[in-house]
Each structure stands twice: as structure tokens, then as C-alpha cells.
Design a protein around this ligand. Sequence first.
Ligand SMILES: C[S@@+](CC[C@H](N)C(=O)[O-])C[C@H]1O[C@@H](n2cnc3c(N)ncnc32)[C@H](O)[C@@H]1O
Length: 329
Amino acid sequence: MLSLKVNKEYAAIARDELITRGWVDGNYKIEREGDYVFIPLSCSDYDAIEQALSSITEDFEIVEREHEAHPSKGCNMIDVPLDIIGDIAIIDGRNFSKEELKKAAENLLNCHKHLKTVRLKETAVSGTYRVRKTTYLTGEDKTETLHKENGIILKLNVDKVYFSPRLSTERQRIASLVKEGEHVAVLFAGVGPYSILIGKRCPTCKVVSVEINPVASKYAEENAKLNKVDNVEVINADVRALLKEERFKGWADRIVMPLPKDVLSFFDVAEYIAKPSAIVHAYIFAEDKEASEREIKKATRRPINILLTKEVGSYSPTLSRWVVDFQYV
Ligand SMILES: C[S@@+](CC[C@H](N)C(=O)[O-])C[C@H]1O[C@@H](n2cnc3c(N)ncnc32)[C@H](O)[C@@H]1O
């Protein structure tokens, strides 16, 4: 059968990406040999698989392999949109009946043994804390999980904090840009996926992780300990509070701003904490590259040089999520 051979470091993210597309054959076991993990595939579209994984890793190939069968009952995946966070799958149930959802949820647990809980997305992400509501469908009735990405572990509650597994590649990109000894401010930091990854990858850096949701901040503190990083300072506050802190004036070499909905109204904070030629990674919802750059240039009061503009996900039929990397000049 067709099997995805992928480096073990990226195997969990690749597996979940393929499961969300319904391309893993859950009738067979995922197997490991040395540094590689083999994932049994139900999809034979090489190009589509390559495209789906290209932003995660290049260290994979599609091979022929005999996989051992699961002793469990047959696995018939139903194609529903879903996100996987740790061992919790969250189904987007629009357009499906109750019976179809129940069946899809049971199939997910039968087919993928690492999943323990299936929940139904009830609302879109909303409010200041950018949280969504989910309800229980099947498996263990829980909302807290441990999610692994980019070599770190993140503990979080899927109903009480914002977290999107889809941005892991972007977080890795940012962490790879950070240089020795940098001061990095992660604003709108959530449970710490950027802050902790940067702190872990760069032990000589100082990271400040600012988040308004007290539950997310508590997880960020716990996650720093879980990942044994001691160079991340978690601040539970509105990022505007930094404007009153003399110690952060002109402090940051790099500022990460993952609040695409409102980022434009916080550039005064970025300008206050930035060193003269600091780099900013600003996320924004916009129609296209030109609109993202135009909006950002309009909102900054200091002159900037745009280094890169990239689409990093979709948001609505007309808007995408963009990241604009820029440097103050
Ligand atoms: C889109 S989420 C990003 C979270 C995290 N960076 C991640 O990638 O998982 C935006 C976060 O900003 C927080 N937030 C919103 N307004 C804020 C403010 N004024 N000051 C600090 N944090 C804020 C929200 O609570 C939410 O956790």
C-alpha cells in the first residue's frame, strides 16, 4: 500500500494534516523505524499530498510498504472538516445531520487511536479573547489537552483559549529568523506557541509574552515550565499596559503581533517598545498582498521597509490571513 515516510520530528503534524483531509487509512497501523514514521495512506494523489505537506517539511516521501492491520473493527472515515489539537478532534458540523456527526465522531476514534475526544464546534472564534465554544460528541468528555508542535508541548483548554494548529509552520518560520541575544516581544501571545518556541530555540534571547486572557496566560506560564524555558516572561495584561512601562521603551529587536483582526490599532505599542531598526511580524486579514501592505503602511507612524508579505491561511470567502514582516527605518 502507499505510505508516507516522514521524519519523526514532523510526523505528528503531518499525520494530523493528513487526517483532517481524510487521507490516512485508519485500518492499518502507523509504524516507526529509526528516525522515520510511516503513515498508511488512503489517498494516491501524489501532487495533492506533496502540496499539503510542503509547508510542514521537505523530509518526506511516498513509498510502497506493507502495514500491519489494526485489530479493531473496520475504519470508514466520513469526510467532515475538522481540526486536531492534541488528542481532541473538533468537527465543524455545518451542513451535517446529528446522525452523520455522531457517526463521523465515532469513526474518528475508531480509526485514529491517538484521538481520545471528539467535540463539535458550536461558534466561530469571537470576542477579545478570540475563543470559540465546542460541545461534547464522543470519547472522553474533556476540553484540556497537550498539543505537540515544533518540538515543544503546549497544554491548553480548547474552549477557554485561542489556539490554531494550522499556524505551526508559520511559528517555526518566525522562530528560525530569531538571532542570538535578541529581545523578542510576543504581543497577543495566547498559551505561548510563539514565545516558548523562540525561548527554547534561542536560550540567549529574552522573550516577553503578553496576553490579556488570564486563563491563556496561566497556561503560558505552565507551558514555559513544561518545556523547561526560563527566558520567557509571561505578562497577563492588555498590551497597552506596556506603554506605561519605562523598561520596555525601545527594548525589542523583534515584535510578533498575531492579532489579525485588530493589529492596526496596536502599532503605537509596537513603536514604543521597538528599538530603532526592530523587525515586526504583523498578521492581518486582507483581500490580497497589496491590501495587507497598504493597510499596514497607513497605520504605522514611523517609516518602514517591508521585508516579506505572505498568505498564511484563509479566513472568509473574501479575506485571507497575511503576515507582513517589516523593519523600522
Ligand atoms: C489570534 S489569538 C493568537 C494567540 C497566540 N498567539 C496563538 O498563535 O495561538 C490573539 C490573542 O490575543 C489576545 N488579545 C486580544 N486583545 C489583546 C490585548 N489588547 N492585549 C493582550 N492580548 C490580547 C487574545 O486573548 C488572544 O489570545
